[in-house]
Design a protein around this ligand. Sequence first.
Ligand code: PBG
Length: 340
Amino acid sequence: MTMKERSSPTYVSKYSDNLLHRPRRNRKLAALSDLVQETRLHPSDLVAPLFVLEDENAKEPINSMPGIYRLGIKPLIKEVKDLYQLGVRAVDLFALVPNERKTPYGDEALRENNLICRSVAALKEEMPDIAVMVDIALDPYTDHGHDGVIDSSGYVLNDETISILCQMSLLAAKAGCDIVSPSDMMDGRVEAIRRCLDESGYQTVGILSYAAKYCSSFYGPFRDALQSAPKFGDKKSYQMNPANVIEAIREAHLDMQEGADMLLVKPALPYLDVLAKIKEEIPLPVGAYHVSGEYAMVMAADEKGWLDADKVLYESLLSIKRAGADFILTYAAKKICQML
Ligand code: PBG
């Protein structure tokens, strides 16, 4: 059929008059398409990951994450106030540890009154309504950059690491955090942390467990931000193989049985199937971590004029929510809320 025939009125009437189903009717007006919209993004769905550093007044840009900074405690408080104004009421804190304080066992993680403790205490004092989460893992604190302590062959030791993670969680709880968020992928750490918190009287401190954390190449900019890239090898002996989904469901079941209050899937966009399956199977709130690399590649393309970051980030977060996320950790939290 030629183009001319195709667009002739005869063609239109012959095939169109008897079309019963025209989904486009619901898209005719914004007022209608908004009426039938299935998923909505709300500022209260978002958790802002924030990087803190020692120098109280500092605000250092992170090269690979345009718009994101390492913040001293004073600018941190301002940032969280701004987020609160925009409707974001949950933050997750990560510390930049000076290289000279990094050790094989990550001792700085267990030092009373370390940067994380001071940041949590300062935030909760200024804004008790904010939900403060603390990442629990040793990689920013170890000189080798792995999430736990290693043996002479470089293998990350499970049970030895867990006992440190328990102490780290206790310290964060004492400082006043609402949720500890183990991101290390050791086996059995959720139960150990739960029991340890309970024994010390912190029954009300929750656990957001990274149930399915993949060994992903999307964490690069985060490791720049904290100077925490592993000094040797990779994280494949503890983080999950990107090829697996049944294993993710197993991890999610285990974390639920061990007493996790919420689960996390990470990264987000390349793992929406994993998110959807876990959401279907597990009766717990499930979040997704839209990670540094997912944010950075959009911002980089935006800088080149190839993509519109606001629109692409909005679509990304909406998709993550549509796939089943109850909440999303994202560096785009502020940007999106300014837009919403
Ligand atoms: C550390 C941790 C990482 C991220 C969150 N917690 C990095 C890693 O596992 O190497 C990555 C987050 C991001 O890329 O935004 N356990």
